[in-house]
Design a protein around this ligand. Structure first.
Ligand SMILES: N[C@@H](CCC[C@H](N)C(=O)O)C(=O)O
Length: 275
């Protein structure tokens, strides 16, 4: 089986072309090949599949084998893959995901895709659609206790569940403890991705992300989008923000007129391999 290792700002994926390859047990396969000691090493597995409703279909599995609905860094990797490997000549693509169809426009340099602008769709704010257990409809600046500390979270679904916590001390937080416990907090029936977010200006923020099913990652596209939506809802930033993550910067814009979030960032191929 041929695979391609790719990443978006260090959020790394093993990509498999399912037009050519067949993967029997994707969750087990993801666990084995994402292992950084006994496998290839990655945050997740992306299957690039045919679609009846879009140009391509993206299936994504976290490194613990769980299924995810959407992946902002992964979808750019998929775009680069299908363009560079000539599965398509189109620069504007529609991609079927578990959370709906997403459109993206590839950035091309020297005949190869180097990144993309992705329409990440409508942010879902209702507690039940994230899902977060809550007596209120919206979960904005809502208290949550973990590790005997009180935090305030804002809940958003970007096709996957996120809880955004604003703090000036994101580098002092032990994500290994706090992030993990929050991921499995009883208020998140499907677990959650957790963003710790420090706003540094109306158009800039820094975030660290604890990803559901993975752990701390160098970047998370849906996480960056959720953080910007949360910061607008809490009136901490404007709608267009540069998000600095451990692996680099993403550009996010929440267009309130159409209520869609747009994400722009790079996509990189690391190597091809054979299993
Ligand atoms: N890194 C991704 C998100 C991957 C899925 C996530 N861990 C989940 O389980 O929802 C991104 O760039 O968006």
């Amino acid at each position: 089986m041929i695979f391609t290792k790719m990443h978006g700002l260090g959020n790394d994926y093993v990509c498999i072309n399912c037009f050519r390859e067949r993967v029997e047990d994707p969750p087990g396969f993801a666990r084995a090949l994402c292992d950084r000691h006994y496998g290839i090493g990655a945050d997740g597995l992306i299957l690039i599949c045919p679609s009846k409703v879009s140009d391509f279909k993206m299936e994504i599995y976290n490194s613990d084998g769980s299924v995810a609905g959407m992946c902002g860094n992964g979808i750019r990797c998929l775009g680069k893959y299908v363009y560079d490997y000539r599965l398509t000549g189109k620069e504007t693509l529609s991609i079927e995901t578990k959370s709906g169809i997403r459109n993206m426009h590839l950035h091309i340099q020297d005949g190869k895709a180097c990144g993309a602008m992705v329409d990440m769709g409508v942010p879902r704010l209702n507690a039940h659609s994230i899902p977060i257990l809550s007596e209120k409809d919206l979960v904005i600046n809502d208290p949550i206790e973990v590790q005997k500390k009180n935090y305030r979270m804002t809940g958003i679904s970007m096709g996957n569940p996120h809880a955004v916590i604003f703090s000036e001390e994101i580098n002092g937080i032990s994500l290994e403890e706090t992030g993990r416990e929050l991921e499995f907090h009883p208020r998140f029936p499907e677990r959650a991705n957790i963003e710790f977010c420090h706003v540094t200006a109306r158009d800039r923020m820094e975030i660290r992300v604890w990803e559901r099913g993975v752990g701390e990652t160098l970047a998370c596209g849906t996480g960056a989008c959720a953080a910007v939506v949360a910061s607008v809802l809490n009136d901490l930033t404007d709608e267009e923000v540069i998000v600095k993550l451990l692996g680099g910067e993403l550009s996010v814009r929440w267009d309130r007129k159409v209520n869609h979030v747009f994400l722009e960032g790079p996509a990189v191929k690391v190597f091809d391999g054979v299993l």
